[in-house]
Write a protein of this length. Structure first.
Length: 139
């Protein structure tokens, strides 16, 4: 192979890796919301074996690392002490500061509304929601 081709391939791979590293360092869309949930003491109880819990985390994308998550299953399959004390029977379970409990997958918007945390709409999303509200009110 020609040295210029090899250099070009190495350069392209380097640019790709650099871009991926920079992308990973960018904040997630729901970072502030997930952090606010923790501040408002809205805890997400789940299990690493629970498919619905994985879906709940996926709704937050890379912001899931900031969720106030409590693991309920020990590696040997037994329940964790924290979840036994909280009487967690199903996953995912959300327990809020006022001690209210919701079971099942909740959208980031639902969680923002429940806790009073700010939801990070883009301008396009705001416009779509406003149009939807107007259309609903007209009918």
């Amino acid at each position: 192979m020609n040295k210029k081709i090899i250099f070009g391939i190495i350069l392209a791979i380097g640019i790709l890796i650099f871009g991926l590293i920079k992308l990973e360092q960018m904040p997630g869309k729901y970072d502030n919301l997930a952090s606010c949930l923790a501040e408002k003491e809205a805890f997400f109880y789940g299990s690493f074996k629970c498919p619905a819990c994985q879906k709940q985390k996926a709704l937050f994308g890379k912001s899931k690392k900031y969720l106030p998550y409590v693991e309920c299953t020990n590696l040997d399959g037994t329940p964790t002490e924290a979840c036994e004390q909280a009487n967690i029977e199903r996953y995912p379970t959300w327990i809020f500061q006022d001690e209210s409990v919701l079971v099942g997958i909740k959208t980031p918007l639902e969680l923002a509304e429940i806790t009073g945390c700010e939801f990070p709409f883009t301008e396009e999303e705001k416009a779509s929601i406003e149009t939807l509200i107007e259309d609903t009110n007209e009918n």
